[in-house]
Every structure is written in C-alpha cells, then in structure tokens.
Design a protein around this ligand. Structure first.
Ligand SMILES: *[C@@H]1O[C@H](CO)[C@@H](O)[C@H](O)[C@H]1NC(C)=O
Ligand SMILES: *[C@@H]1O[C@H](CO)[C@@H](O)[C@H](O)[C@H]1NC(C)=O
Ligand SMILES: *[C@@H]1O[C@H](CO)[C@@H](O)[C@H](O)[C@H]1NC(C)=O
Ligand SMILES: *[C@@H]1O[C@H](CO)[C@@H](O)[C@H](O)[C@H]1NC(C)=O
Length: 536
C-alpha cells in the first residue's frame, strides 16, 4: 500500500489543520491511523484464520489431523466424520464379540448339517443365530452345542421368479435385516453363512479388524468356478463362503432390502440379491482370499495344498468334495484341520517352500495340512500352483477355474511324495512343531528311482506363530507425530499476539480519549454522529 504524502493527507482529511504542518494532535492522529490499519489487518487475518489454515491446531490431540489424512485416502465410498476417525483409533480392536453371525438353516436339515457349525461355534464367545423357516418339532430338542435359533418371518408376499431356484433365497437374504433389527449392542459386523459353512473365527476377526467398521464395507470372496461366476456374478460375495457387512452398510441395506428383493426377483440366490441391493447403495465387494465357497468336485487336495498367503477364513461345500485328509471320514478330516487351526490359526494352510541343494530336492508345505517332497528342483512359480486334483462344479470338466492349476502327471517320477499332517504341538516361544507323515502312493505308484526320498517317512516342521498383526500390511505409525507450532504464520503464536495487540489497541483508545477529550474517529477527522452517512 502506498500512502499519499503527509501534507496531502492532512489537506484532504482535516481542513482546520490546513496550514499547520506539525502539531501534537497530528502525531496522535497519524499514530492512531497506523494503529487502526494494523488492527484491521489482524482482525481480517483472524477472521479467515480457520479457512486459511491447513494445520488445524488442536492442543488436546495433535494427532487427529494426521490420521484424518490417512483415513480419507483409504476410504472413498463413505461419509467420514471427524468423530468416527477419532473413535476408531481409540476403540478396542475388533474381537469375536463384535460379530453377529446369521446362519441360514432349516429345521429339516439342521440335525444332519449342524455338525459343521458346531465345529467352530463357541457358545461362550460367538454371537448369533441359526435362522429357521419354522419352529423345530416339539420332540426335537435344540442342542446346547448349536447356536440359538430364530424363526424367520413370513416371506410369502415377496416376488420370486427364478424358475430353477427356491423361494427360501428370500428368507436367507432377509437374515441380515432381521439380525440388524434385533438391535443388539456393540455389533460391528454382520457375518452371513450357510449351515454347511465352516468358519475359522480367529482369522475372520483378523481379516475384519483390518477394516474400519465405522465405514461401509462388504467383505467376502468369489466362487472358484468360472461357470458359477458367469451365471451369477464376479462382483458378489458367495454366501456359502460367507460374507461380512459392516454396521453402517447394514443400516443402509435394511432400509432398501425389502423393495430391493422384489426388484431382483429373477435372481437365484440370496447372496445375489444381497449384492444387487448393495450395488444400489454404491458399495463394492472387498475381496479377501481366505473365504472359500469351494465350488469344485472331487479331491480338494490341490486347492488346499496351494492356499494363497491369506488367513483361512472359511470352507464350504465339504459334503460335495472328498474328505480333505485321505482314508478318514469327512467329519474326522475337518476336525483334524481344526486341530492345526487351534495351534496356530494364522498359519493354517499357509504355503511355503524350500530347497535342499545337496540332494536337489524341493519341498512345498501347506502348514497344518500337507507337505510335498520332489526329488528334483522346481521353480517357485511351479510350486505355488496347485495340482488339478478336482473338476469344475457344474460340468465336471478339467477347467477352467478362477485360479491357475497344473495337471497331475502320469509319470510317477514327476509327482511329489505326499505327506499329511499327523500332529501339531506348541513348543513354547510362539513356535509350533508339526509332523507330516508320508501317505504311500497318493498319486499312484511311486517312482522307484527316488530311493533316497522314498526312505523319508516323516517330516517335522518348526514354525513361528503368525500373529494377527502380520496381516496388517499398512500399519499406523507407532509413535505419534508431534507438530511443533511454527513461530510465524497462522498459528497459535499469531493468535496470542493478535489478542495482545487488540487489547493494547483497545486500552490505547480509551487513554487517548481521556487525554485529548475526543473520540478516535473525531481525531482522525471523521465527522461523527451521522453514522456512515450512506446516501439511502
Ligand atoms: C471385545 O471388545 C469389547 C470392547 O468393545 C470388550 O468389552 C470385550 O471385553 C472384548 N471381548 C473380548 C473377548 O476380548
Ligand atoms: C417328531 O414327531 C414327528 C411327528 O409329530 C415325527 O414325524 C418325527 O419323526 C419325530 N421326530 C423325532 C426326532 O422323534
Ligand atoms: C486306511 O485306514 C485303514 C484303517 O483306518 C488302514 O488299515 C489303512 O492302512 C489305511 N490306508 C492307507 C493307505 O493309509
Ligand atoms: C543338482 O543339480 C545340478 C544341476 O541341475 C547338478 O549339477 C548336480 O549334480 C545335482 N546334484 C545332485 C546331488 O544330484
């Protein structure tokens, strides 16, 4: 700002002092004008301070802004509020009691299917219900080892037009709504499953605790079957593998679900209807590799022996595939896998491999399940690809699947020796030792040339526990960043100095008025008593 020459300004503003160049009053007036200008400037900066400032200064919790930035980058589909962010940070991590399970059951099949649920259900820890189409028969006592049951409400008024499907899909789709409407406290996630879904609850908690339950999330997995994904959708979580809906999403979903079920009456399954409704809300599926619909036929060995590096969350359709361990019943074989899971939930089915370069052996391990010994060297790429020991779900063909497979060779010298988990023990220090026992002729007659390898009957594997934090690939900083208030700029310092200047200015005006008997506006030459003198 360029100010006019001193004489001019006096000329213009105060005619009575026209010929007097310097008087004490002039100095005072000049001083006051300067003071007023500076005060006005500070006032304006103070006024715009909150909108100009990037660093919102919060003396009680200086970390909030930092976290807010991280979270806003992670979540795009939702309305983030400050309170949510702070709460999520301060809240307890998600545990099993924050999950409400909804299992689609039926009175007629529960007695034969309940075994699957009872394998993982912990009456004193897991929360949820089996939803039945009607009250169980009076002579049918409800087992104490099963989850408590609820009877679904009537769905006869809904439309269902899929000619090859069953109306029960409507009832199953509405479980999430009926579960929500129970209004139970402290529920962060609604997890849906079938009566033949085997969940691995610790891993489910591990997976869900990666996500902010205050946001809208829909978490699950696809079918392994390309045919299924084409007929249904690639974009949906398959109900048998189970899926999770966060509380805020469930809250939106229950509002539209009933009308939505009619809009998608042509769809076969409850999971398809749920996904269609969620797509109306604008939320997409977050795929997690540990949910397994198991849409395959035959021997699931190849699938389980090459599990991706992801916590094992669920297995389904175990009635439709061979027992997962050979030569024992289905039930015993799942129980066997559960013993591994109980020793180290995070490591169950996790795949690793190693080489013995003295003997040129390759070894591939699916922890807690099986081990393969090759008497030659294989690349990592081969070892991570599972053997195609199974067929496609609908057409019983060799392919395709939604993942790569390699064929089982007729040449016994190309096939590995196979060992199955025999026992697992915790050996202290967060370590397990698991023993794998050779299963003779698993892939047919073994190669006679590999005498040295054939002599190996057992393999012991030592491994450290995979603890839940391992899976949190993006971790929040352990040390809270400290923001130092800069000395210059729109900061706390500025605010303090602004207020001080303001006080000094205010008191100064009073003093001046006392001494020279004039108001400040009078002194600088503004005629007072006429307001702003606007030509109205
Ligand atoms: C789960 O977290 C809640 C806090 O939301 C806590 O009260 C409860 O004790 C926790 N339960 C377990 C089993 O850790
Ligand atoms: C229960 O009673 C019904 C008839 O009321 C009968 O058909 C059914 O077999 C009985 N079930 C059991 C477990 O006794
Ligand atoms: C299968 O189990 C039976 C009895 O449990 C046993 O006698 C037989 O040797 C087993 N077969 C194999 C190939 O291990
Ligand atoms: C291992 O393989 C390398 C090259 O592939 C070969 O030179 C070496 O002799 C083999 N060692 C044994 C013990 O077979």
């Amino acid at each position: 700002m360029s100010s006019p020459p001193l004489g001019d300004s006096l000329n213009n503003t105060n005619k009575t002092f026209l010929f007097l160049t310097i008087k004490p009053n002039d100095l005072v007036s000049l001083f006051l004008k300067g003071g007023l200008t500076i005060s006005t400037f500070f006032l304006v900066t103070l006024f715009f301070y909150p909108s100009l400032s990037n660093h919102y200064y919060n003396p009680t919790n200086s970390i909030t802004t930092f976290h807010q930035n991280i979270f806003q980058r992670q979540t795009t589909t939702t309305t983030t509020t400050r309170t949510n962010i702070i709460n999520y940070e301060l809240e307890e991590p998600t545990n099993i009691s924050h999950i409400l399970f909804g299992i689609g059951g039926s009175t007629t099949t529960w007695d034969t299917r309940r075994y699957y649920t009872e394998l993982w259900w912990q009456p004193d820890a897991t929360r949820g219900f089996v939803w039945l189409e009607k009250e169980p028969d009076e002579n049918q006592t409800w087992p104490g080892t099963s989850p408590p049951y609820m009877v679904s409400s009537d769905t006869s008024s809904f439309k269902y037009t899929c000619w090859y499907g069953s109306r029960s899909a409507i009832r199953i789709a509405r479980i999430v709504k009926e579960s929500f409407e129970l209004g139970l406290s402290n529920v962060r996630w609604f997890v849906m499953g079938d009566d033949d879904t085997v969940f691995f609850p610790d891993n489910l908690v591990t997976v869900l605790s990666k996500y902010d339950h205050n946001q809208m999330y829909y978490v699950g997995g696809n079918s392994e079957s390309v045919e299924q994904d084409l007929i249904h959708f690639y974009t949906m979580a398959y109900g048998g593998g189970g899926f999770a809906i966060s509380y805020p999403l469930a809250k939106e979903l229950v509002n539209i679900l009933d009308g939505c079920i009619d809009r998608y009456s042509q769809f076969y399954g409850s999971d398809q209807k749920i996904q269609s409704c969620i797509s109306e809300i604008g939320v997409q599926l977050t795929k997690e590799l540990g949910f397994h619909q198991v849409d395959i036929r035959g021997n699931p060995y190849g699938l389980l022996a090459s599990h991706p590096i992801a916590p094992l969350v669920s297995l389904h359709h175990l009635d439709y595939v061979d027992p997962i361990f050979p030569n024992i019943t289905r039930v015993d074989s799942i129980e066997k896998l559960v013993t591994s899971y109980k020793s180290d939930p995070g490591r169950t089915l996790q795949h690793s491999f190693c080489y013995d370069l003295n003997r040129n052996w390759s070894i591939s391990i699916s922890w807690g399940y099986s081990l393969e010994l090759y008497s030659y060297l294989l690349t990592a790429k081969d070892l991570e690809t599972g053997f195609r020991t199974f067929k496609t779900w609908r057409s019983w063909q060799d392919e395709p699947f939604t993942f790569n497979t390699r064929p089982v060779s007729n040449d016994p010298c190309e096939m590995p020796l196979v060992y199955f988990m025999d026992r697992v023990e915790n050996v202290g220090g967060s370590m397990t030792r698991s023993r794998y026992k050779r299963y003779v002729d698993y892939f047919g007659k073994e190669c006679e040339k590999n005498k040295q390898a054939l002599a190996v009957q057992y393999v012991d594997v030592s491994a450290s526990h995979i603890l839940p934090h391992f899976w949190k690939k993006v971790e929040f900083p352990k040390v809270e960043p400290q923001f130092k208030a800069p000395f210059l700029g729109f900061t706390k310092t500025a605010e303090v100095w602004n207020s001080r200047a303001c006080m000094i200015g205010l008191i100064g005006t009073f003093i001046v008025e006392l001494i020279i008997n004039k108001g400040i506006l009078q002194v600088i030459g503004v005629e007072i008593g006429k307001g702003l003198d606007l030509p109205l």
